[in-house]
Design a protein. Sequence first.
Length: 115
Amino acid sequence: MKFKIPIIITSLLFFVSCNRSIYGIYNTGYSTDKSALLQIKIDSNHTVEKNEIHTIRIDSKGSWKQEGEKIICYFYQTETGFPADTMNLKIIGNRMYIVEKGSFKNKSFYLKKIK
């Protein structure tokens, strides 16, 4: 019995800390010519915000859910008329990757956690 309690507590702390670690702000940083940026903010209340800056600026809000290692973001239609969108992501350490059809879209392209 003495050994079961520490194992249960350690497992619970590990589970809680892993789930909390996904919350935060991730971004690509500006491109070398400062013309493009992608930033995603994931909150603990299951809201998500996406800011894209390139030839135009697109700010989207929505909700997210976690399925195993995958984060699925559902973005609502924007005020400027951009349609609703879904984005699949996978977080490894402090990096967020875009997943398409079950595999990484481009492993060299990732968003880094900044907060």
